[in-house]
Design a binder for this molecule. Structure first.
Ligand code: CS2
Length: 490
């Protein structure tokens, strides 16, 4: 019988020399940050930026909180919360063992323990990656969705919350009652003005419970905006097996990502922050221009590739972008979107676009189009509808954005170009699917989805020119399929 060594503090010293590892004892770090939603992205981004600072300042260790499942805690606890971050491209793979996590709690199992940690004055920042839907916003730019059953539940049982807004408010209430300073809330999700959006839902939630608490949140809690970027596809069994072979030890929960990473943060942390500028983060006064650039160019392209790819049968982003007509379309899409951005002179937009095309082509990442296609109703407002509206307002055509939107509508119909069934995974899946089924033809489909003003801004829905561009694209995809449509546009 072979005895497999498991990655943990005891086996760390025996790993191959090429594997980078913490230069501090992971067992001794404190908890200065609590992170809500410990998915692959935070493990490859927040932790990767924070780890190199922990030797000099071990107070900034991170406590992870899962809002739903126990799988991350169950995999990481026997590993002393260590795991491998594998940065991959065609030049190879660089492994770093991350030891920045002080532990992982599972909120549904132990809401009291999570609140107790959030109330601890040593915790100075709460970071979040709970995905777009985890904020429970009413529509793209709106406040808290009080019709959402999860929010209604938390409002009636605020001491044992399950949602991110509910947890933040319960914790802030405890800190206020104890006379302590509130933590800073740092959203690391791909929302427009992610800090301000979080502030809005948290303040709304607090106001509903107690207007004095609402005022406290509005006046005393900092919600800096930030732009996060790193492509981190879901880890596969093949990734795990390859990483185990290199480590010579078993790691049940590694993350795989590209070498590139970017983090632009507004420097508003009343209780202090780790010296993230030393590990490559850019601290700025106003993050909005960077955020719009990233959400529209990277994520807007990603969503377009995802829906076109799902229809055309391209399973991964790299496979899709290897098609010259798709690559030409994405390049043209980025040019169309670029005119909607207002960037500081220091940003070289042409270089940014070129770099994106190279990042999408990374052959070592298996970033599934199906993964990116999830939650379109939550993603498209900031990725495609916002730049489309900016084009329409400037009286300019937006055929490339319209093609991405048409691909989404077609995707919602649930069949690829060769008839394969497609899975619509979206918090609004029921409403979307019902609207699609009830629509007898393409104009009716477009009308039904454009009438959802919590998804499509009404000013855009009212634009005949944009609607016609989407209908033209829908017609082309329906008659020729995605590959021929792209070829005809190239
Ligand atoms: C992707 C993002 O899944 C998605 O919707 O577009 O996760 C993307 O990979 C990251 O935002 C890159 O920073």
């Amino acid at each position: 019988m072979t005895i497999v060594r498991r990655l943990c503090c005891d086996t760390l010293a025996g790993l191959p020399d090429a594997v980078r590892r913490p230069d501090f004892d992971p067992a001794t770090i404190g908890t200065g940050i609590v992170h809500l939603g410990i998915g692959a992205f935070a493990r490859a981004h927040l932790a990767w930026y924070t780890q190199p600072l922990l030797r000099d300042d071990p107070r900034w260790g991170i406590l992870g909180v899962s809002l739903r499942r126990a799988d991350t805690r169950d995999a990481l606890a026997p590993q002393d919360f260590l795991y491998t971050c594998a940065e991959r491209d065609d030049a190879g793979e660089r492994l770093t063992v991350i030891g920045a996590w002080a532990g992982v709690l599972v909120a549904p199992e132990a809401p009291g323990a999570v609140l107790a940690r959030l109330a601890d004055p040593a915790v100075r920042i709460v970071t979040l990656t709970v995905t777009e839907k985890g904020y429970h916003r009413a529509g793209a730019s709106g406040g808290l969705d009080t019709d959402d059953p999860a929010i209604q539940r938390d409002l009636t049982a605020p001491a044992v919350p399950r949602t991110a807004p509910g947890l933040l408010v319960a914790a802030l209430r405890l800190r206020r009652a104890a006379g302590g300073a509130p933590f800073t809330v740092l959203s690391c999700d791909n929302l427009p003005e992610n800090g301000s959006s979080t502030r809005r839902v948290v303040t709304d939630f607090a106001n509903r419970l107690d207007p004095a608490l609402g005022r406290f949140v509005a006046e005393h809690v900092a919600f800096p905006n930030c732009m996060v970027d790193r492509i981190v596809p879901a880890t596969t069994e093949t990734d795990r097996a390859r990483i185990d072979a290199t480590l010579g030890a078993e790691d049940r929960w590694p993350v795989v990502c590209e070498p590139f990473a970017q983090w632009v943060i507004e420097d508003r942390f009343p209780l202090g922050r780790p010296a993230w500028e030393l590990t490559g983060a850019e601290l700025v006064d106003d993050v909005r221009p960077y955020e719009a650039m990233k959400l529209r160019l990277l994520n807007g392209s990603h969503s377009s590739i995802a829906y076109l790819g799902q229809l055309a049968g391209w399973q991964t982003v790299a496979e899709a972008i290897a098609d010259p007509a798709l690559a030409a379309h994405i390049d043209a899409l980025m040019q169309e979107i670029a005119s909607t951005l207002h960037l500081p002179a220091s940003v070289d937009l042409a270089a940014y676009r070129r770099a994106l095309l190279a990042r999408f082509a990374n052959p070592a990442l298996h970033h599934r189009t199906a993964q990116i296609a999830m939650d379109g109703s939550q993603k498209l407002p900031q990725r495609l509808f916002a730049p489309a509206l900016a084009r329409v307002t400037a009286r300019r055509a937006a055929p490339r954005i319209a093609l991405g939107v048409a691909a989404w509508l077609r995707f919602l119909q649930g069949r690829s170009d060769d008839g394969t069934a497609l899975q619509v995974d979206d918090p609004k899946a029921d409403t979307l699917t019902r609207a699609v089924r009830a629509a007898p033809d393409a104009p009716a489909l477009c009308n039904a989805i454009f009438a959802m003003c919590d998804v499509v801004p009404s000013a855009l829905a009212e634009s005949d020119s944009f609607r016609n561009e989407v209908l033209t694209a829908l017609d082309q995809i329906a008659t020729m399929g995605v590959r021929a449509t792209l070829a005809a546009m190239a």
